[in-house]
Design a protein around this ligand. Structure first.
Ligand SMILES: C[S@@+](CC[C@H](N)C(=O)[O-])C[C@H]1O[C@@H](n2cnc3c(N)ncnc32)[C@H](O)[C@@H]1O
Length: 250
C-alpha cells in the first residue's frame, strides 16, 4: 500500500485542506438535490442511464449480495441495481442529507423493486462499517468530489469481503485529442449554462467542469486502486472516454 496520501482541492487537484472541498460539496449537493435527475438527463443527452446500467453490471451482483453504494446521492445506482439485479440488501449512503432525502422519497415510491434498503449519512473517507462486510461497493461520480481519495479507496477495500467487487463510474479523459478538445469546450461553456438554467447557480456548475478536468486520467486512477490494495484492476471507457468505469476486486 502506498504511504503517500494527497489531500486535494477537488476543483484543481492541488494539495489543500479537506475542508475546502468538503464544505463546497455540502453546499453544492445540498442545493441541487431536487434538480439533480433532470440536470443529468439533459447534460448527458440521456446517456447517463446506460452508464448506470453498465456500473451495476460491473459490480457482479447476485441474489444474495449485500451492496454498499457510497456517495450514492439520490440513489441512481442503488435503484438501478435493485431493478436490474435484485440483490438481497442495499446500503445507500451519502455525505449530504438533502441528497439522501430525495433517495428516500424514491424508496417510498417503490423504486426499490422489493429490495430492502437502509440509508445513512456516511463520509466515504471514514466508513462506519466492519471489515469484510459487503459483497460489492459502487460509487458513481463520487470519488472526484473527495479530497482524500486514497483514504476513501482504502475504506472501500476494507469493507469489501474477500473477492468482492468495487465498481466506480467517474468522468474521465477522452484519449482522442480532438474529442477531448470538443468535450472540454462543452464542459466550459455548456455545463455552467445548464446549471444556470436549472438552478440559477452557475458557480456550482463551473466547479463541476473544473473538477472533471482536474481528475486523474484512466491509468493514473487505476494505479490508485492498485495502491489501495485492489487486484484485477481494469476500466472501460464510454462515450469515447468521457466517462470510465473502473473495477477492482479484493
Ligand atoms: C454527482 S453526485 C453522484 C450521486 C450518485 N452516485 C449518482 O450517481 O447519482 C456526487 C455525490 O457525492 C457525494 N459526496 C461528496 N463527497 C462525499 C464524501 N466525502 N463521502 C460521501 N459522499 C460524498 C455528494 O454529496 C453527492 O451526492
Amino acid at each position: 500500500m502506498s504511504e503517500e496520501h494527497h489531500v486535494v482541492d477537488t476543483a484543481t487537484g492541488e494539495d489543500a485542506p479537506a475542508e475546502v472541498s468538503e464544505e463546497r460539496v455540502q453546499h453544492i449537493f445540498g442545493a441541487i438535490a431536487e434538480q439533480y435527475k433532470k440536470f443529468n438527463a439533459v447534460s448527458s443527452f440521456g446517456l447517463y442511464k446506460g452508464w448506470l446500467r453498465a456500473t451495476v453490471d460491473a459490480a457482479n451482483l447476485a441474489a444474495e449480495s449485500d451492496l454498499l453504494d457510497l456517495a450514492g446521492g439520490t440513489g441512481d445506482v442503488s435503484y438501478m441495481a435493485a431493478q436490474r439485479r435484485k440483490p438481497a440488501h442495499v446500503q445507500l449512503t451519502d455525505f449530504v442529507p438533502e441528497m439522501l432525502a430525495v433517495a428516500k422519497k424514491r424508496y417510498q415510491m417503490g423504486e426499490n423493486n422489493g429490495v430492502p434498503f437502509d440509508f445513512e449519512v456516511v463520509d466515504a473517507q471514514d466508513v462506519p462499517y466492519d471489515d469484510c462486510s459487503y459483497d460489492a461497493v459502487t460509487m458513481a461520480y463520487g470519488i472526484r468530489n473527495i479530497p482524500d481519495r486514497m483514504k476513501a479507496l482504502s475504506e472501500v477495500h476494507r469493507v469489501l469481503k474477500p473477492s468482492g467487487t468495487f465498481a466506480c463510474l467517474e468522468f474521465s479523459t477522452p484519449p482522442n485529442p480532438v474529442w477531448r478538445g470538443l468535450y472540454h469546450i462543452y464542459l466550459k461553456v455548456m455545463i455552467p449554462f445548464w446549471g444556470w438554467l436549472f438552478t440559477k447557480d452557475r458557480p456550482s456548475f463551473v466547479y463541476l467542469a473544473d473538477s472533471i478536468r482536474a481528475f486523474p486520467p484512466q491509468e493514473e486512477y487505476a494505479q490508485m486502486l492498485r495502491d489501495a490494495g485492489f487486484k484485477d484492476v481494469t476500466w472501460k471507457n464510454y462515450a469515447g472516454g468521457i466517462v470510465a468505469i473502473h473495477t477492482g476486486t479484493k
